[in-house]
Structure formats: C-alpha cells, structure tokens
Design a protein around this ligand. Sequence first.
Ligand SMILES: O=C(O)CCC(=O)C(=O)O
Ligand SMILES: [Fe+2]
Length: 299
Amino acid sequence: MLIDIPSELEAALIDRALPPWELDGSFLAQSTMERYRTELATTPRFEETAAMLRRALTVEGGGYAVLRLGNLAEALGTDDRFLRLATGFAAEVAVPFSPFPRWPLWKDIGVKVNKDPGKSSGIGYNAFHMDLVNATRPPEYTTLLCVRPDPLGGGLSLLSDAPAAVARLSENSRALLAETAYHYGTFFDLHGVGEEYKPFPILDDSDLGEGFVRFTAKMLKRSSLGQAHADAARELAAELVRGQVSCMLQPGDYLIVNQRRFLHGREALHSGQETIAVSDRRLLLQLFLRAGAGDGSAA
Ligand SMILES: O=C(O)CCC(=O)C(=O)O
Ligand SMILES: [Fe+2]
C-alpha cells in the first residue's frame, strides 16, 4: 500500500530538524525514540499518518507499505536530516537496530557489477526471501529507503504474501516444509537476532501469520537439500512468484515489510550497469526493526 504524506505534514517536517540519534548497543536508544516521538507528535497529521502506516503493516492481508517521502528527500537532500525523519517514521513501527556491528544504522545497498548477481547489491534477479532467514530471531521488519532508482529502469521491487502462498500448497508439501531440514547461508558476528538456526523448518508449528515463513528461494541453488524437501521448497517459490506484486521505488520511497507476512525480492537491474558511474547507480538504504514484546506490532 502506498502512503502519501499530507502536504501540511510535509511542510512542517521540512522545518523540523530532529537531533542526531544515539544507539544503545545495536538498538536506537530509548531516549532517541522518545525524543523523535515527542517532536513528531506535534506536527500536523503525523499521528494519523503513523497510525495508517502501522495498520497497513499489520491488518489482515496486509504486511507492507511504501511511505512516499520523495518531496521531503527533494527538499532536504538524502543525508542526515532526511535520514532522521525516516528513522522517526520507522520508530513509529518498531525499534530500529543494526544486526551488523561494523555497519552504521542504515546500511548502503549499492550496485556492484562483480558481486554474485543474485545477492544483495548484485545486478541480477534477487529471488524471494526474508532477511536474516537463518537467525533464530529475524527482524520483524525489514525496510528499504530508495535514494536512487536504477537510472536504466530495472530493479522492480517484488513482494509476495507468504502465508497466502503456503495456503495454496498441498498438505504433503506443507508437512515437508514444517520439517527441520532446511539451511541457508553463513552466520557471523550478528547482534540482536538470536543464534544461528541450522537446520531450520520453513514453517513452524504456530498458526499461519503468527510465526515466520522462514524461506529464501536462494536456498534452491545454494544449499544442498534432500529431493523431497527441495521439491516442496520449489513449489513454495513458484507460488510466491504466482502471487507477487511489484513496484518501482521512486527517490524517497520508503518500503517497509512485515517479515511475518510478506517476503521480498527484486527484479534484475537493467543491463549495462558497467556503463554507469558508481555514484549514479541505484542506491537503497536498509534498516531493520525489532517489534517490542506486547506492543502489538509483532502480530
Ligand atoms: O535491492 C533490492 O531491492 C532488495 C535487496 C534485498 O532484499 C537485500 O539486500 O536483502
Ligand atoms: Fe532482502
């Protein structure tokens, strides 16, 4: 769902300079959360916009939103002042944090022509996945702020309702996906996301919509799985593609994904990336959010 910022809110936000944030370990400090909330709560129509955002992310059948911050990005540029406002919106959903101790709170996802094309910052098709899939406590929300789209026009963002895709599978496939038989990737020096989970079940015991559909289609190529388990995972990947929606992020668009509901991916960037200067290539900034116990946002 697309969420526009009312013009009177945009005008007030352009005038409002939020202070720099502070971290408490890998999490946004409570003092910053409170300060940003208090500052933003006094701007016109902020509360209703934040409530609309939370509702889009948690309502039945919902689970992602694109908050359109393009006018703010245009007025403020995309450095600190703008990032503080985006952090303020994120903090209305859940607690911003960085699982990567050596990265800043907002992590650059640029374009690297020599990287594995199917992975983060590669140029190829990035298949449906959840972020931090092999952690016992993945972030409830992953968020991507678009600084620059692909100047050549590629890189559509992809989203798919994971519980809905699972519901279309046969009972036999679902039973295979519930077995602790899947693994993916490495796990090194990550904070705030629990332990490495290996092997893991794609579906856990809890009701659909409560747990995660702990899946990445990248495991089909990069992990060795038994035949029956691989077949069930391939069926799920196909159902995710069948149900996918796509959107082209514009400068300043802020995509927020509830990882208990939706998986995400990205179409390939357009061919010819090597002809584009690194500083002109597509650039997203990624931020993860942790839903606090009992605040309702973990639903
Ligand atoms: O490039 C994109 O749009 C998505 C990247 C992504 O999903 C990731 O890096 O985890
Ligand atoms: Fe991702």
